[in-house]
Write a protein that binds this ligand. Structure first.
Ligand SMILES: Nc1nc2c(ncn2[C@@H]2O[C@H](COP(=O)(O)OP(=O)(O)OP(=O)(O)O)[C@@H](O)[C@H]2O)c(=O)[nH]1
Ligand SMILES: [Mg+2]
Length: 186
């Protein structure tokens, strides 16, 4: 069994809890009343995948973090040993793409995680009107893959894209772990 930790971060009300619950089949929170996350909650999910031609079962911990900056003292614990970072923002809220920069600074710049192990989710609500400003993501995010989620309209398409992301994070983490084991055995 292979384990990975993914921290789900970004501004308050971006939809981190709704997305995490959907991915981990932990109940339907889309469109329900907003309940801010206190600190952080950990959800577990599993994914079968092929790594180096071998079938592997991967245990995934999704760390659904609060977007409230008053919990920033917990950020070190949230990013500790994370294999991947998922940024969630609402592209219809002008301030949210800017807010993502400080999450990037802590969770990517200060932790040294590879940008290939990061993902940005522009979370679109079906009811949203107006113009999305996702193109205005700061240039810190230039090398990070951005996907759109629209769980109300295409939930399974989004789940597939997320699975592909997990597969690439797991493949990288496994090869890193194998290399470290080889170094110890030398
Ligand atoms: N209709 C609709 N509502 C959504 C969607 N995503 C999130 N919401 C709603 O938006 C509100 C905020 O979503 P949450 O997932 O709680 O936001 P969060 O990012 O976890 O917020 P914090 O825990 O405070 O950081 C909730 O009322 C959700 O039901 C969506 O795709 N469609
Ligand atoms: Mg939440």
């Amino acid at each position: 069994m292979f384990k990975i930790k993914i921290a789900v971060v970004g501004p308050a009300r971006a939809g981190k809890t709704a997305i995490s619950n959907f991915l981990a089949d932990a109940g339907d929170t889309i469109g329900s009343e907003y309940t801010p996350t206190i600190g952080c909650r950990i959800l577990e999910m599993e994914q079968e995948m092929k790594i180096s031609n071998r079938k592997e079962k991967c245990d995934i911990e999704l760390w659904d973090c609060s977007g409230d900056l008053k919990y920033d003292a917990c950020w070190t614990a949230m990013s500790h040993d994370a294999n991947g970072i998922v940024f969630v923002f609402n592209p219809y809220e002008a301030s949210q793409s800017k807010e993502l920069n400080q999450w990037y600074t802590h969770f990517v710049q200060n932790s040294g995680i590879r940008e290939e192990c990061c993902l940005v989710i522009a979370n679109k609500y079906e009811s949203e009107t107006g113009t999305p400003n996702s193109s205005k993501l700061g240039n810190l995010f230039d090398s990070i893959k951005v996907i759109q989620s629209n769980i109300e309209k295409d939930s399974e398409g989004f789940r597939e894209e997320f699975k592909n992301y997990i597969q690439s994070v797991a493949a990288y983490s496994k090869s890193k772990q194998d290399q470290e084991e080889k170094m110890i055995l030398r």
